[in-house]
Design a protein around this ligand. Structure first.
Ligand SMILES: *Cc1c(COP(=O)(O)O)cnc(C)c1O
Length: 385
């Protein structure tokens, strides 16, 4: 499938990101329909991919935007996201970022500490505004995902811990320029064991009651993102199970009449629609190892080097798929780091210089993490509409 789509780009210089905009659209439509069924609100977590065309498609579906920097807030509004559907999260928002977001009248700041509440209050006062805030609470729920992408445990830097909630409530009472609209949670990424979300619901219900007992009527329950995708089967399961995901929240999350439930999905919306396309520069055959040296490396796709992430790797070169003629290669990039490796002992048809290689499911946390290390050129993107 991908092979046919890439065929018309044979003459293009590699490496490049390839986005299947049709698959992206299908994914967005499935997610939107599944969320609409329960009247759930979806904000797209922009940090997963802020490619212009990708953002335009997502904005058109009617999702909001979940931003983690001032520039993301600006970009979201430029693309056409309604500021009233923009939320701003992040453990270290600068004064300038907060001020600009206030000027843009965004919907809500997801606040990560008591100190931040005070800072936002002061900056809102300077503009004569009242900032809407949600408290990002650390629910101490184990996401059962990779250690480096777990965010909801007490050992993580994110969120407000339960023993700090009294201080938050006291602060809120004293700060007239912040208004509490909700509570917010985000426990990690690439969560494939959906029972984790049941545990999250149980915690959210508890904390929700705690606030109600103290006289707070929360308008919004924001349960974050984290829904995972199947990196091992990009063709068999190209669209995540949004139906089951939302069903779990509908079943286990207690909400009051008129209360909104917000989600912040990143990876599950964009991961499968992107691939990194690269060429074999050299084949190095050793005694213990065979290496394919590609023209793409960790500077184009950092996930394997950053957290040993798995990506399916395929050869797109024609006439090579004969059975039996496979070799186990370590697939490496040209960057001067030993971690610059996309996969070890990957079984591929015997390959040669010039063969096209696809690194699949690279649409999330791929292009956005590209770096200039080794003074590498900026990576380009191509699309199938
Ligand atoms: C990264 C992030 C998300 C999106 O996570 P995914 O795993 O890509 O769905 C949502 N909310 C917050 C606060 C985030 O930092």
């Amino acid at each position: 499938m991908l092979k046919e789509q890439i065929n018309r780009f044979q003459a293009e210089e590699t490496p490049f990101y390839f986005y299947d905009l049709q698959l992206l659209q299908q994914t967005l439509d499935v997610c939107k329909n599944a969320a609409d069924k329960y009247n759930f609100h979806v904000h797209y977590a922009m940090k997963a991919n802020f490619n212009q065309k990708v953002l335009e498609r997502i904005q058109k579906v009617g999702f909001g935007a979940d931003c983690v920097s001032g520039n993301e807030v600006k970009k979201a509004i430029e693309i056409g996201f309604d500021p009233r559907k923009v939320v701003f999260a992040g453990v270290g928002k600068s004064d300038r970022e907060i001020t600009e977001a206030l000027q843009n009248d965004i919907f809500c700041f997801n606040v990560e500490s008591v100190q931040e509440l005070g800072v936002i209050n002061g900056l809102a006062e300077a503009q004569g505004k009242i900032a809407q805030v949600a408290l990002r609470i650390n629910p101490n729920v184990d996401a059962h995902t990779h250690h480096n992408i777990t965010t909801g445990l007490e050992e993580n830097k994110f969120g407000i811990n339960h023993w700090e909630l009294h201080d938050c409530v006291d602060a809120l009472k004293k700060l007239p320029h912040v208004a509490l609209v909700g509570i917010h949670f985000h426990i990690g990424s690439q969560i494939t064991n959906l029972t984790v979300f049941k545990s999250l619901c149980v915690k959210v219900n508890e904390i929700h009651s705690w606030f109600e007992e103290r006289g707070f009527n929360l308008k919004v329950l924001n349960v974050g993102g984290g829904l995972g995708v199947d990196y091992h089967n990009p063709d068999e399961k190209p669209i995540a199970d949004f139906e089951e995901y939302f069903r779990i929240f509908d079943q286990f999350l207690e909400r009051k009449h008129g209360q909104e439930v917000h989600f912040e999905l990143g990876r599950a919306l964009v991961a499968h629609s992107g691939s990194l396309i690269s060429k074999v520069l050299y084949v190095k055959n050793g005694i213990k190892k065979h290496f394919l040296v590609l023209d793409a490396g960790m500077t184009e796709l950092m996930r394997p080097a950053l957290y040993q992430a798995y990506h399916q790797i395929e050869s797109l070169s024609l006439g090579q798929a004969q059975e039996g003629n496979t070799v186990k290669y370590d697939i490496v990039g040209p960057i001067c780091e030993s971690t610059d490796c996309f996969g070890k002992e990957v079984e591929l048809p015997e390959s040669k210089r010039g063969d096209l290689i696809a690194i699949r499911t690279a649409g999330a946390y791929g292009e956005v993490m590209a770096s200039k290390y080794n003074l590498r050129a900026e990576i380009k993107s191509l699309y199938s509409e």
